[in-house]
Design a protein around this ligand. Structure first.
Ligand code: MG
Length: 341
């Protein structure tokens, strides 16, 4: 009889050290879902689904989607490519839920081989770039404190798109001369973004992420033409299929597992972006070290890493990939190499 994988799931209640605020709003309490697959020999594969209302998911929709996805599980955990397609065919959207199942299957497959996932993919963990650490929207006063608290991180990512963007950049530059990248999270109009370009230059910003709402691709193209720094599409780029329309309009793309739906799709996005000479970034949600580690395994393939989701937490339930001192370190245990704290 064919082997059957069993699925279990439970909620994880996460808390950030500070309320985390971006252009769309913010909070301190986050609920994600821990997905566990078990094979007949008792091997376990783990994944985490971090919902984003922006992409139409909550922890509760993830929990409701999982029994449907369980029906699409393979009998052979190495059947990764076909399974991801089948998960997508079973349930469109629900990318975070699907990505947790994909991560758990990859964890299980690499554990059965007794090797880390990055080794299963033939990647050199020493090639992982440094990760940024994010400073959310706040008052200039609090921003100065947060920048000081983040002293160990050599590259900062600053959330803009609110009413006090120039004040925030000034507060940061008064506090540090570290590298600063900016994410406007769709918060600007074309006119505002163009007005901000000289300001970004004045404050030495090196990367601009998603200045405009997702569908404004021509506007993105106009900003990219005028910008002297790379412009990266995040909310405008969910899966590999979004990349052709972005070619020539942005310099690069930001991959997140909770947007793209799985690790195979993430690798496909890297391949497609590279074909077009684009910069490749990997980002994250507010999520524990479990989801962060799944994404960290392919960081040797990318240029820009923003995997600080777990570093922002006060109660990370897992130990896995780290970004201490800004350097991404991959665990060398089998599979994802994640364990309970
Ligand atoms: Mg972003």
């Amino acid at each position: 009889m064919a082997e059957r994988l069993r699925m279990d799931a439970e909620y994880l209640e996460l808390r950030t050290k500070h309320p985390f605020v971006i252009a769309r709003g913010g909070r301190s309490e986050y609920r994600t879902v821990w997905v566990k697959l078990r094979d007949v020999d008792g091997n376990e594969g783990w994944g985490e689904a971090a919902p984003s209302k922006f992409y139409g998911e909550t922890a509760e929709t993830i929990m409701a989607a999982l029994p449907h996805l369980e029906g699409a599980l393979p009998s052979d955990p190495f059947d990764l490519e076909e399974t991801e397609r089948r998960l997508e065919g079973t349930m469109r959207y629900n990318a975070a839920a699907r990505s947790a199942v994909s991560a758990a299957l990859h964890d299980l497959a690499a554990k059965r081989l007794g090797i880390p996932l990055y080794r299963m993919w033939g990647l050199d963990p020493a090639k992982a770039p440094r990760s940024t650490f994010t400073i959310g929207l706040d008052t200039p006063e609090r921003i100065r404190e947060k920048v000081k608290e983040a002293a160990e991180y050599p590259v900062l990512k600053v959330k803009l798109g609110g009413a006090h963007d120039v004040d925030i950049l000034r507060a940061i530059r008064e506090t540090t001369d570290r590298e600063v990248r900016v994410d406007a999270n769709c918060g600007w109009t074309v006119k505002q973004a163009i007005a901000m370009l000289p300001v970004l230059r004045e404050f030495g910003v090196t990367v601009l992420e998603q200045p405009l709402p997702p569908s404004q691709l021509d506007g993105l193209g106009e900003i990219t033409r005028r910008a002297t720094i790379p412009v990266i599409a995040d909310e405008s780029c969910e899966t590999a299929a979004d990349i052709p329309a972005l070619v020539g309009r942005v310099d690069g793309i930001n991959i997140k597992l909770a947007k793209c739906g799985g690790l195979r799709e993430a690798l496909r996005m890297i391949a497609v972006a590279r074909t077009h000479g684009m910069v490749v970034m990997v980002g994250c949600m507010i999520e524990s070290s479990l989801a962060i580690t799944a994404a960290a395994h392919f960081t040797p393939l990318v240029d820009i890493v923003d995997l600080d989701g777990a570093a922002l937490l006060a109660n990370d339930p897992f130990v896995g990939a780290g970004i201490a001192g800004g350097q991404v370190t991959l665990p060398d245990g089998p599979g994802l190499g994640v364990r309970r704290r």
